[in-house]
Design a protein around this ligand. Structure first.
Ligand code: SF4
Ligand code: SF4
Length: 126
């Protein structure tokens, strides 16, 4: 059992054990942006043994001046291309972007806990 996580400044806690049965709701569902920085692009390219340019053209798209990871459509769901439903996990876990590492403790959710609860079954008020 993994310990319950709390972060200063957030009114909720997160139980990471919920990820085992949740089927990656934070990596699938509604279409969204999964931003990656230059350093993260470098790291993921290395993990995948790809040249940075090849990695960018295969897996990323440009949103304004930033890069975001592509999605694949599965029925009504838009899944991050690195989400693997069979193993219920992230295939680039060691090099996943900060945006993924810091979920569900995003400033955006500080005032939107109910919205977060709908997405993530690991959230509770304690
Ligand atoms: S939505 Fe929450 S419980 Fe589900 S995989 Fe993401 S962090 Fe884990
Ligand atoms: S990079 Fe990994 S953790 Fe982030 S959305 Fe994609 S599958 Fe999920």
């Amino acid at each position: 059992m993994l310990p319950i996580m709390k972060e200063e400044g957030f009114d909720y806690s997160f139980n990471p054990n919920a990820c085992e049965t949740c089927q990656g709701r934070c990596c699938t569902g509604e279409s969204g942006y999964i931003y990656v920085t230059k350093a993260e692009i470098q790291k993921i390219s290395e993990l995948l043994h790809l040249d940075v340019r090849e990695f960018v053209s295969k897996y990323l798209f440009k949103k304004m001046y930033k890069y975001s990871i592509k999605e694949k459509q599965n029925g009504d769901s838009f899944e991050c291309v690195f989400y693997d439903a069979n193993s219920n996990g992230c295939t680039i876990y060691e090099a996943r972007p900060l945006q993924c590492k810091t979920f569900p403790f995003w400033d955006y959710y500080k005032t939107r806990v109910d919205e977060l609860k709908l997405e993530c079954p690991g959230i509770s008020d304690e």
